[in-house]
Design a binder for this molecule. Structure first.
Ligand code: HMG
Ligand code: MG
Length: 284
């Protein structure tokens, strides 16, 4: 039997957060409902952050209240602080994510904190989530390059990963936020992180700005990673990462994984439908 690789769908959050048109909540709900029928086990649907920082994500509670939850699917939300966690728990997110960075410039621009301050802020969030029986995923942004600070040392990524691990994150997603990572750089970064966290608890989160996300996924597969984040329609970017184009498109990752002989459990027709919806939401 073919080996399973999981795609974690982040389109409704990472894909849409950067859109300037305020997308009606009904459209977001329709996209999530379509994705729920595609075979994903995890879909990131909301972000409980400051609406001044990311206005597009202000309706996260309404999205979580409006979707039809499919059995066996975990609906995830980003929670930068205790206030975000309380909102996510009230909205019954199945899992939450804390999100830090491996570069100081991005950490400051994205969450207005140094790396050390952000880790202090995350500690009680992770503890409270786990106490509430909600599992916590950890993100690290700028794992190879930062739009403000340039190249990022692999050792720094490993250091932040170890901190998130110590907080009880069940999985750590490694973000090439601006999509400039080359396969060699991704490989070197993974070597360092694998020194502290096993491959089974890592995910690759590669933006496709430089057109190398699929190659970066292949390098990561060689290193043992079996979870990758994708956004249907290749939507997205990060409002605090200038020039960051879309996440790698879920449908492209799916096609590549199948071509490499892996199975993903996803329905390509539903994926295409969701991708078309996502592109239409952007007006593309
Ligand atoms: P701050 O300004 O330092 O914090 O922001 P603050 O505590 O002074 O709060 C500022 C205002 O936000 C206050 O409102 C708070 O009440 C409010 P005011 O008094 O001015 O009216 N506030 C909140 N409102 C709703 N929900 C909350 C919340 N917290 C505070 N949870 C903060 C610090 C972290 C809040 C801010 O910087 C923020 O929201 N940042 C989020 C940025 C973001 O969402 N970026 C995109 C997601 S990360 C990403 O895309 C990367 C990833 O995909 C991986 C990759 O690709 O690398 C994950
Ligand atoms: Mg991202």
């Amino acid at each position: 039997m073919a080996e399973r690789v999981e795609i974690f769908e982040v389109g409704p959050r990472d894909g849409l957060q950067n859109e300037t048109r305020m997308i009606p909540v009904e459209e977001k709900i329709a996209l999530v409902d379509c994705l729920s029928g595609a075979g994903f086990r995890r879909i990131e649907v909301a972000s409980f952050v400051s609406p001044k920082w990311v206005p597009q994500m202000a309706d996260g509670a309404q999205v979580l209240a409006g979707i039809t939850r499919a059995p066996g699917v975990s609906y995830a939300a980003l929670t930068p602080n205790m206030r975000g966690l309380e909102a996510a728990l009230a909205a019954k997110a199945d899992e939450v994510a804390i999100f830090g960075a491996a570069s100081e410039g991005f950490s400051k621009a994205n969450i207005n904190a140094t790396i050390a301050e952000s880790l202090e802020r995350f500690r009680p969030v992770a503890a409270a989530a786990r106490a509430a029986g909600v599992r916590v995923r950890g993100y690290i942004s700028c794992v190879v390059e930062c739009p403000y600070d340039g190249a990022v040392a692999p050792g720094k990524v490993a250091e932040v990963a170890a901190e998130l691990d110590a907080m009880g994150c069940y999985e750590i997603s490694l973000g090439d936020t601006i999509g400039r990572g080359r396969p060699e750089a991704i490989g070197a970064m993974l070597e360092a992180v694998l020194g502290v966290i096993p491959a089974a608890r890592l995910a690759g989160h590669y933006h496709d700005t430089g057109g190398r996300a699929l190659e970066n996924i292949e390098v990561s597969l060689e290193k043992g990673l079996r979870v990758f984040d994708g956004a249907v329609g290749g939507l997205g970017g990060c409002p605090y990462a200038p020039g960051a184009a879309g996440n790698v498109a879920t449908e492209a990752v799916n096609a590549r994984l199948l071509a490499l002989g892996y199975e993903t459990g996803l329905d390509p027709e539903v994926l295409e439908r969701a991708a078309a919806m996502a592109r239409a939401m952007r007006g593309a």
